[in-house]
Write a protein that binds this ligand. Structure first.
Ligand code: PMV
Length: 333
């Protein structure tokens, strides 16, 4: 089973010819941050995960994508008002994805992307990017696919993108089918208005090793990875209860240890993978010291050196005093 088979299955009776009234289409998708991480694939082609995962979407922070047809003999990819050279990694990933949706080999697109976050710095910009793009394509072609179908298609671009179709908490169930039709995001009907996420951007540099390569290397070589699926299953069950009960301290603890466990599997890979830099470690120590002093603050970390802080509305002012550069996100506003 390859990506094209999945696309054919979902777009069986749909058209790849735009309806005339839609010259361009525009969509927005929020970035999502996993509280229980997706790390490791059971199928590299279709981005099918070894485990389920759970995320929180970042409200109005994400990606806005406009798509139309190109009159030139190639795709035109614009990122934050800059035309990307065709060999740029961003343009290449986009082109590969668009290849799945061309009516003829000489159908080309113009894709204009506004990303609210630095691209490829472990801030899940690709998640919101592919989620916005697939929704823009859905409008352009008037497919009117359901959200779960769009989630499956977004996953073909980037695994975590399947969680960016919704706001709030989303669970991505790993599924068991080889075509991945059951590996899809599910909106969780839980609202937690006082929850805050702080983006602590320590570097905007692009990551040195992609999450795709890092996951594979970890899965294939790390002994600690063997216990990862069990850890995720336990964390996932427990965190859902904390979300229902708005039990912030237990939620923070589970999310933080889950992220640290993921990074521990990477540290024990061969060769080892370490996304943290000196500032990351310094910030972690600072968070732990603040917690010791009574401030309920936790963090999570993805495939990059930046941290995402977890705290509550009541502590926003104090958190900003300690981390003046943090961007505070209100996920439920
Ligand atoms: O979807 P990808 O290939 O960008 O991988 C995302 C991996 C993590 O961000 C580290 C974890 C996650 O669940 O988002």
């Amino acid at each position: 089973m390859n990506k094209m088979d999945v696309v054919r299955q979902l777009l069986e009776k749909k058209s790849l010819v735009a309806v005339p009234q839609h010259k361009t289409a525009k969509a927005f998708a929020p970035t999502n941050i996993a509280l229980i991480k997706y790390w490791g694939k059971r199928d590299n082609q279709l981005n099918l995960p070894v485990t389920s995962s759970l995320s929180i979407s970042l409200g109005q922070t994400g990606t806005e994508t406009t798509i139309g047809f190109s009159e030139q003999d190639h795709d035109v990819v614009v990122l934050n008002q800059q035309i990307m050279p065709p060999d740029h990694v961003f343009a290449k990933r986009l082109r590969d994805f668009l290849n799945l949706f061309r009516a003829t080999p000489d159908t080309y697109f113009v894709v204009n992307t506004i990303s609210h976050l630095p691209v490829a710095a472990g801030l899940a910009s690709s998640a919101s990017g592919f989620a916005a793009l697939i929704q823009a394509l859905d409008q352009l072609f008037a497919w009117q696919l359901a959200k779960n179908e769009l989630s499956i298609l977004a996953r073909l671009g980037s695994g975590s993108a399947c969680r960016s179709l919704w706001s709030g908490f989303v669970e991505w169930t790993a599924g068991q089918r080889s075509d991945g039709m059951d590996s899809v995001g599910h909106f969780m009907d839980i609202i937690w208005p006082d929850l805050r996420i702080g983006l602590l951007i320590l570097t905007e540099h692009e990551k040195t090793i992609s999450s795709r390569v890092a996951m594979e290397q970890t899965k294939n070589t790390s002994d600690l990875y063997k216990i990862w699926p069990e850890k995720v299953a336990k964390d996932l069950t427990e965190i859902k209860t904390t979300l229902i009960n708005h039990d912030f301290v237990s939620m923070g603890k589970i999310a933080e240890t889950n992220a640290l466990a993921m990074h521990a599997t990477m540290l024990t890979a061969d060769p080892p993978i370490l996304y943290s830099n000196a500032q990351t470690i310094e910030a972690m120590h600072k968070i732990w010291a603040l917690r010791q002093a009574g401030l309920p603050i936790y963090f999570t970390q993805d495939a990059g050196p930046n941290l995402k802080l977890l705290f509550l509305k009541q502590d926003e002012r104090v958190v900003l005093q300690h981390f003046p550069t943090v961007s505070v996100i209100h996920p439920f506003n």
